[in-house]
Design a protein around this ligand. Structure first.
Ligand code: PMP
Length: 454
């Protein structure tokens, strides 16, 4: 697939518009899409639409195609597998690929203790199962999550997710025994009552105090934390926050769950983002990047914790589907063959350099942050920290019209997030940022649509 940005029609083109009309009659209006074009093919760092337009992909289908879209190692492994068999259900007749994925997860996740895994289909399912396992292990019920967290759209994970609209609005009642603690959010962190800056450990102590006073540590089964918050705005907690939370969980007999659904599998320049601060969680969830686009998720953790539920207590018809397991084995090969951990660091440097350059010129870029190839720009009204969601929406919309796919995120919808496939060539990334700089220059405050937030 040629790694180029090339527009041959207006965006969306006629065939995409035709599909949009069919879609509006057949697909629930509650299912949204970020881009107005329909995909025909994708490879490396580009997506080609049904009208023949080729876009630079800075979103990887929300952090999934880290190894590149249609990565040859993934495609070959899946084809080979589905020609042999497509499904037996691991709970009926097991197969080697499932076991192999679990063996690799034991090697790759942080810590050198004995580990076991169970495989599922979506990220939300992995998170739900983390809570089930932690409850079975501790005999406790409470679950602690953080401000701005995103953990999924199932009933339990909706309760764990912070943002109301669109994830929770009208969908309650939510699962009980889920408690939210304050996060470390350096860009928006004030000072404490004594005027001291709230650094990572101080923010952790604030969260711990909140839980101890309002919940009781002895009632808490699990604390679930994204090492870098994804949907909440690519928020990197201040140094020391995660280690302090981890130490408290250990002292209190609480299962520490790292939700690495978005951060895992090479995205941040490490296999798992917890490694940046040397944190060893008891349980780790992974999904998204793990299988190069096939639906697979995993829960991995201390063997004695993973063995706590009753036999048969974990599973699902499709969990660890053989094609998805083959894809994961292929994706891991692609990470190793392509030295993608180092590549994630290099891509991250390129993205950060370009965004800092933009921030130096445009006061609406309030913060540039991230880890590895998971980078964001938080947009604000110039000279303030007031979120600017209209600008984020307008930039994303205009960028796609010019052939660059950019995703937004954040509690206020004011964060642009950048997480390209790691196979996207540097020249194409640079070109995409040239486009973005032009978009920012063209979108003066005077031409911004009113209330453009999505
Ligand atoms: N946890 C995190 C940290 C996520 O980013 C997501 C997805 N954005 C999920 C859980 C849910 O994953 P899925 O959409 O596969 O259910």
């Amino acid at each position: 697939m040629p790694q180029v940005r090339r527009l041959v029609t207006e965006v969306p083109g006629p065939r995409s518009r035709e599909l949009a009309a069919r879609r509006s009659a057949a697909v629930s209006a509650a299912v949204g899409s970020s881009t107005p074009f329909y995909a025909a093919a994708a490879g490396g760092g580009v997506v080609v639409d049904v009208d023949g337009n080729s876009y630079v992909d800075l979103g990887s289908g929300i952090a999934v195609t880290t190894v590149g879209n249609a990565a040859p190692q993934v495609v070959d492994a899946v084809v080979e597998q589905v020609q042999r068999f497509t499904h037996t259900c691991f709970m009926v007749t097991p197969y080697e690929a499932y076991v192999q994925v679990c063996e690799l997860l034991a090697e790759l996740t942080p810590g050198d203790h004995a580990k076991k895994s169970a495989l599922f289909t979506s990220g939300a399912e992995a998170v739900e199962n983390a809570v089930k396992v932690a409850r079975a292990h501790t005999g406790r019920q409470a679950v602690v999550v953080f401000d701005h967290a995103y953990h999924g759209r199932t009933n339990l994970t909706m309760a764990m997710t912070a943002k109301n609209s669109p994830y929770k609005d009208g969908f309650g009642p939510f699962a009980p025994e889920v408690y939210r603690a304050p996060l470390s959010y350096p860009f928006r962190e004030g000072r404490d009552a004594d005027g001291r800056p709230v650094d990572g450990p101080a923010a952790a102590r604030r969260a711990i105090d909140h839980v101890e006073k309002q919940v009781g540590a002895h009632r808490v089964a699990a604390v679930v934390v994204e090492p870098v918050q994804g949907e909440g705005g690519f928020i990197v907690p201040a140094p020391g926050f995660l280690p302090e939370i981890a130490a408290w969980a250990r002292r209190s007999g609480i299962v520490l769950v790292a939700d690495e659904v978005q951060t895992g599998f090479a995205r941040t320049g490490r296999m798992f983002a917890c490694e940046h601060e040397g944190v060893v969680p008891d349980l780790v969830t992974s999904a998204k990047g793990i299988a190069g686009g096939l639906p697979l998720s995993a829960l991995t953790g201390r063997a004695e914790i993973m063995d706590a539920p009753v036999p048969g207590g974990l599973g699902g018809t499709y969990g660890g589907n053989p094609a998805a397991c083959a894809a994961a084995l292929g994706a891991l090969r692609a990470v190793r063959d392509g030295d993608l951990l180092a590549r994630a660091v290099a891509v991250g440097e390129l993205l950060t350099t370009r965004l800092r350059r933009l921030a130096a010129r445009d006061a609406r870029v309030g913060d540039v942050r991230g880890r590895g190839a998971m980078v964001a720009a938080e947009l604000v009204r110039p000279g303030t920290r007031e979120p600017h969601p209209a600008l984020a929406a307008a930039v994303a919309r205009e960028a796609v019209r010019r052939g660059v796919v950019v995703l937004t995120c954040g509690t206020w919808g004011n964060v642009l997030r950048f997480l390209p496939p790691l196979t996207c060539p540097d020249a194409l990334l640079e070109e995409a940022f040239d486009v973005l700089e032009a978009v920012f220059a063209d979108l003066g405050e005077d031409v911004l649509p009113a209330g453009g937030a999505r």
